[in-house]
Design a protein. Sequence first.
Length: 401
Amino acid sequence: MLLLCFITAAALLWICAPSRTKSRLSFVEGTHFWLHTNSTTAHGIQEFQIPHEDKHAPNLSAVKTAFQAGTVKPVGQRYTRTLVVPRTASENTDWVQEYFQKDEYFDYKIYVVDAVDAPLSVPQNKGHEVMVYLTYIIDHYHNLSDVSIFMHSHRKAWHNNDLLDGDAVQVVSRLSSERVQREGYMNLRCHWDPGCPNWMHPGMVEEDVGKQEQTMVAKSWSELFPLDHIPNVLAQPCCAQFAVSGDRIRSLPLERYVFLRKWLLRTSMSDYFSGRFFEYVWQFIFTGQNVVCPKEHVCYCDGFGICFGGEKEYDAYQKQVMERKRMEEELIIWNDLNSKWKPGDRAAEQPEPGKDTDLSEKIDANLAWCDLKKKEAKERGDVAKYRAQEVGREWNDGDGF
């Protein structure tokens, strides 16, 4: 009888235990959990393990990361910055050395992913830029710069900011280290399209041609974040270029990045899909939030010092940009018609006479207006007080950016 009572009590304790664990691990916005075991590598780095659904699964415990806002340095003190760039042996990154090697506060790490004998390389060329980003963090975790900037190798790209002429040099040069310090993590693209406000839906079972990685997210999520609920949506501006403060990187343990890289090395997911998966997960890793979509005018003003005076003024500028693009497309169509039309040819459509001149004049006027507004916005952004006012940040006399 005594033995029966003991067995019954033990069974009740076993049944109740999971519910206590579940309540303790509920999701908190701005936080996420990481797992650790007691296994340690030969180098003293604690390894992460993907849990297995069997009785031999390792003992896992959870540590909650609560991300805190950073603090800026006193006015006049500079920030150290490191630019991290992946490239292939055939790609050119001379723009990095040309524009930044003379800055004593600036360093750069260029990884050649397909050359194992390069000064900086990776364990395996897999996952596109993800492998380089994680390798840099792992190798430099204990001596990071104030700001780490993660970018692609090409200087000019469509996904670089329009107001910075799609130029990576301008992106790096104008990037506010102060904003990166305050926010901890900053996507380098201000424009929402593509990526915001609700780009990827991990729960969707039907394949979206433009988001083919979407159906793979749920499985991968459970492997990488087994104690975090799968979010309904993942969103941030594309395209895997961002800046992170050293403090924010170190708010997660080194073992976490080792685990992420091991997953990348082991996954059967293709380079394309694993890279795309991380493209919309970086914000969760560094902020604990599944959606990070700051307003475009805030990003441009506080992040790059281009301040139009407010959201309304920024929208007015963008409206003119869209109108100019419409007129440019209309002019292309007119020129195409004109090249095909011959006097007396009734089969071909005759373009409207003089329309090309009218469109060209309007385009020139629009461009002049936009150039002036952008120049004024940069001048306004050079004043710390105006930046703070536009984004709604507290500012007192003597404060910096």
